[in-house]
Design a protein around this ligand. Structure first.
Ligand code: GLU
Ligand code: ZN
Length: 297
């Protein structure tokens, strides 16, 4: 049986680095709706590996924000409690230590006259055949020399990347020991039996990297749906650092969750969400979700 034929498992995976803003809340709502509309199990996973950026109060605030909006979950995990699993999985992959600094990588790219592809600098493989520098080393994955393609169930788009030339060997463990997001997300989605990943479109171009890891590890590839990020009136995406309104502030100011949910649903401009009443509960949005094309894809 294909692992995706069984009951659906979805997840919301926030990084507890600050207060949830409306954009995060909208993604949380859509992920929840998608799972619940299919009668699936919903997971809340805190992606808290980057301990320097974690704020201890953010876990509880996030839980309370979700509860306030009526978005429940069946299981909760903290990535910080799962380090052994990441270490074991990393050991199964073909990685090598890399002692390069950002500066050294940039200089090597310049020297080879190769202007970096797109926005991301491609690691030019300096440490591929070894390094003898006595510095803390990151672990890079020797990426397969193949094109990896993945399709999105919401947009219908397909993205293909030749990881060697477009991404390069990427870091799975930083030189301070922190496991990289790409490793943890792939390990967790497989271990937690996640069948459907609905998340922000900012992660779309990282998806081939994650699919390549799944393939190398023999994990199934979940279905993907990437939803638009919420933008402000200037069309710029909401971000914590720019002071996007925290859900917590609305909650504490006595705003009605039903009004916030209505705003979030309408802000997508999708029918039939466009026409919801100005106060609605999360569970009342479930039957409307079933009318969207995303539901059947
Ligand atoms: N933790 C990531 C974030 O908050 C989401 C990861 C994912 O959904 O794959 O952006
Ligand atoms: Zn290196």
């Amino acid at each position: 049986m294909n692992a995706l034929d069984g009951p659906m498992v979805g997840r919301f995976a926030p990084s507890p680095t600050g207060a949830m803003h409306l954009g995060n809340a909208r993604t949380a709502l859509l992920a929840w709706l998608h799972t619940r509309a299919h009668g699936g199990r919903h997971i809340l996973r805190f992606e808290d590996l980057d301990t320097g950026r974690v704020r201890n109060w953010a876990y509880d605030t996030t839980r309370r924000d979700l509860e306030w909006l009526g978005l429940d979950w069946d299981a909760e995990y903290l990535q910080s409690g799962r380090l052994e699993l990441y270490a074991e999985t990393l050991a199964r992959l073909d990685t090598y230590p890399c002692t390069c600094t950002r500066k050294e990588i940039a200089a090597a790219i310049q020297a080879s006259a190769g202007a970096p592809h797109g926005e991301e600098a491609v690691y030019p493989g300096i440490c591929r055949s070894g390094t003898d520098l006595d510095r803390p080393a990151a672990q890079r994955w020797r990426v397969p020399d193949e094109r990896v393609c993945v399709s999105d169930g919401l947009t219908g788009e397909t993205i293909c990347q030749h990881l060697c030339s477009e991404v390069g060997d990427f870091v799975l463990q930083r030189n301070d020991g922190v496991f990289a997001y790409h490793l943890a997300v792939v390990v967790d989605d497989a271990d937690m039996g996640v069948t459907d990943i609905l998340r922000g479109t900012d992660l779309w171009t990282a998806t081939p990297r994650q699919v390549a890891l799944q393939q190398a590890l023999g994990f199934p590839t979940p279905r993907y749906q990437h939803v638009p990020l919420m933008t402000d009136f200037r069309g710029e995406r909401l971000a914590k650092r720019d002071g996007a309104p925290p859900v917590m502030a609305l909650r504490e100011a006595g705003e009605l969750p039903g009004k916030v949910l209505s705003e979030l649903a309408r802000s997508l401009g999708w029918l039939p969400f466009k026409d919801v009443p100005d106060e609605i509960s999360a569970s009342d949005l479930i039957p409307l979700w079933r009318e969207l094309p995303i539901f059947t894809q």
